[in-house]
Design a protein around this ligand. Structure first.
Ligand SMILES: Cc1cc2nc3c(=O)[nH]c(=O)nc-3n(C[C@H](O)[C@H](O)[C@H](O)COP(=O)(O)OP(=O)(O)OC[C@H]3O[C@@H](n4cnc5c(N)ncnc54)[C@H](O)[C@@H]3O)c2cc1C
Length: 457
C-alpha cells in the first residue's frame, strides 16, 4: 500500500497549491484527480465563461460602433466555432499548467481516478489504496439537478456541457435567474440567440438588494432578453425538435418554446460518492462537509477545502482555504475562515462588484447606518465611454464609521469594489477613503464623492 504524508483529493483551487507547499516542505504528497486538472473554475467555470463574456462584449461593442463614430460595413455576425476555439485555447493554458506543475513537483505523485475513502486514513483510487495521516478534500461541486417535472424527458445543458457549444442556439431558455444563468443569458443574447430567462422568484438574483435586481433586470431587458419571473410551477416537455417550458406565471403566455434549455439552478457538493461514511466525516443535510473555523472536519487528520465545505462558493474563497490551511500547518500562523469578508462579482456587463452586507441585511440587523448612492450616468468616466448603466451604493456604520457593505453595479464594478474591500480589511474608518485623492478620470474617483454624501438609512 503506497504510504504518503498527505493525500489531496481533487485539483480545484485549493488542492494544487497545497500540494506544492506540502511537497516543498519535504512531505510526501499524493494528489488525486478524477477528471480535468484545475477543476471547475479553470475548465467549466470562471475562466471559460469570462473568456466568452469577452467575446460577447466585443460583439456588443461592434454593434454599437456607429455611436462611437466607427463604421462597420454589414451586419455583425459571431462565429461560434471561433468563440469556442478561443475559449478552448485559454482553458488549455490553465488546465495544462496545473497538470504540468503537479507532475513536475518533486515529492508529489499524481493519481488519475475517482478517490473514495475506505477508512479515516485510507483512500482507494482504482486498484490502489493510498494511506496518509493527513487527507485534504477539495472535491468541489457540480450543477444540481432539481426536481422539476419533465426534466428527465428533455435534453438540457449545464455549465459544463455549455462548454462544447460551438453553434448558435436559436432560442436559449435558461431556468435560473441567478449568477450563472445571467452570465450565460447575456452572453448568448450578444452572440445572437433569442434568450429567455425563467426564474421562480419575483426578481432576479434574489440575494441582492431589490434596487440591484431591478437595475440588472432593466439592463438585460434592454438588450432584448425576455424575463419570466414568478415562474412558480416550471414544467418541461418535448415540443417537436425543441423544448416547451411551462412557466405558469401570472403575466405572459403560460409556455415558452425554446430550441435549447440551460439548467442553471444551483450547485451541489461532490461528496455523495466519496466514501465519507467509511471515514466517519460529518456532513450537513445538503452534503457539505462540516468544518471548523480552520477547515478541520470532525475526524482528526481530515480537512475540507473549497466549495465542498459550504463556507464559500468562489475561486478566491477556495484559494483562501488553501492559505488558511497552509498558514496554520506550515507557517505557525493562526488563520481562520471568519477573518474573511464576503466579496464577489457577477460578470454581466456592466458587472456587479459586491462586498459585505446588503442594504436589506443592514436594515434587518437594526443597526444605525449611513448610506450613499450615485448613479453611473453621473460618473464622468462612464459617460465618456457611453456605458452609464447601474449605480454605486455604499453603507457605513453610523457609530463605528466603518464600511458595512457596498454594491457597485456599473462600469468596472468588479475592480473598483476592491478599494472598499481593502479599507474594510484594514478596519479603517470610511473617512480615510473619503479623503483619498483618486485619479481622474476613473470610476474610482467617485468613491470619495459617494462617501461625502451619506444619508441616514
Ligand atoms: C459557470 C460558473 C462560473 C463561475 N464563475 C466564477 C467566477 O467568476 N469567480 C469565482 O470566484 N468563482 C466562479 N465560479 C465558482 C468557482 O468555479 C468555484 O468556486 C471554484 O472552482 C472552487 O472550486 P473548488 O476548489 O472547491 O473545486 P473545483 O474547482 O470544483 O474542483 C474540484 C475537483 O475535484 C475533482 N474531484 C471531485 N470528486 C473527486 C473524487 N472523488 N476523486 C478525485 N477527484 C475528484 C473534480 O474533478 C475537480 O477537478 C463559477 C462557477 C461556475 C459553475
Amino acid at each position: 500500500m503506497p504510504q504518503f504524508d498527505a493525500i489531496i483529493i481533487g485539483t480545484g483551487q485549493a488542492g494544487p497549491s497545497l500540494a506544492r507547499r506540502l511537497a516543498q516542505a519535504g512531505q510526501k504528497v499524493a494528489v488525486v484527480e478524477r477528471k480535468l486538472f484545475g477543476g471547475t473554475c479553470v475548465n467549466t467555470g470562471c475562466t471559460p465563461t469570462k473568456t466568452m463574456v469577452a467575446s460577447a462584449y466585443a460583439a456588443h461593442l461592434a454593434r454599437r460602433g456607429a455611436e462611437f463614430g466607427v463604421e462597420i460595413a454589414g451586419a455583425i455576425k459571431v462565429d461560434m466555432a471561433k468563440v469556442k476555439a478561443r475559449k478552448d485555447g485559454v482553458v488549455a493554458l490553465s488546465t495544462g499548467g496545473v497538470e504540468r506543475s503537479l507532475r513536475a513537483q518533486p515529492n508529489c505523485t499524481v493519481y488519475q481516478g475517482h478517490a473514495r475513502f475506505v477508512s479515516p486514513r485510507e483512500v482507494e483510487v482504482g486498484a490502489d489504496v493510498l494511506s496518509a495521516e493527513k487527507i485534504f478534500i477539495n472535491v468541489g461541486g457540480r450543477a444540481s439537478r432539481p426536481a422539476i417535472t419533465g426534466l428527465d424527458q428533455v435534453p438540457y445543458l449545464t455549465n459544463s456541457s455549455m462548454m462544447d457549444v460551438d453553434f448558435l442556439p436559436e432560442h436559449l431558455v435558461i431556468v435560473g435567474g441567478s449568477y450563472i444563468g445571467l452570465e450565460f443569458g447575456q452572453m448568448f443574447r450578444r452572440f445572437g440567440s433569442k434568450v429567455t430567462i425563467v426564474e421562480m422568484m419575483p426578481r432576479l438574483v434574489p440575494r441582492e438588494d431589490e434596487d440591484v435586481s431591478a437595475a440588472i433586470g432593466e439592463i438585460l431587458a434592454k438588450e432584448g432578453i425576455e424575463l419570466r419571473l414568478n415562474a412558480t410551477c416550471i414544467q418541461l416537455s418535448r415540443d417537436g425538435k425543441g423544448i416547451a417550458v411551462g412557466v405558469d406565471c401570472a403575466d405572459g403566455p403560460p409556455q415558452v418554446m425554446g430550441s435549447h434549455l440551460l439548467m442553471a439552478v444551483g450547485r451541489r457538493p461532490n461528496t455523495d460518492d466519496l466514501g465519507l461514511d467509511k471515514a466517519g466525516v460529518a456532513m450537513d443535510p445538503r452534503g457539505y462537509i462540516l468544518v471548523d473555523d480552520e477547515l478541520r472536519s470532525n475526524v482528526p487528520g481530515i480537512w475540507a477545502l473549497g466549495d465542498c465545505n459550504g463556507k464559500g462558493a468562489f475561486t478566491h474563497t477556495s484559494y483562501n482555504d488553501f492559505e488558511i490551511v497552509a498558514g496554520n500547518l506550515l507557517d505557525g500562523e493562526r488563520r481562520r475562515v471568519s477573518d474573511r469578508l464576503p466579496a464577489y462579482a457577477l460578470y454581466i456587463d456592466p458587472p456587479l462588484g459586491r462586498v459585505g452586507m446588503t442594504e436589506a441585511e443592514i436594515r434587518k440587523s437594526g443597526r444605525k447606518a449611513l448610506i450613499g448612492k450615485v448613479m453611473m450616468e453621473d460618473v464622468s468616466r462612464a459617460f465618456e465611454k457611453s456605458e452609464t448603466e447601474g449605480f454605486m451604493k455604499i453603507a457605513v456604520d453610523a457609530e463605528t464609521r466603518q464600511i458595512l457593505g457596498a454594491a457597485f453595479l456599473g462600469l468596472s464594478g468588479d475592480e473598483t469594489i476592491h478599494a472598499v474591500l481593502d479599507l474594510m480589511y484594514a478596519k479603517a474608518p470610511y473617512s480615510v477613503l473619503r479623503r483619498a485623492v483618486h485619479i481622474h478620470p476613473t470610476v474610482s474617483e467617485f468613491i470619495p464623492v459617494l462617501l461625502g454624501d451619506l444619508k441616514p438609512l
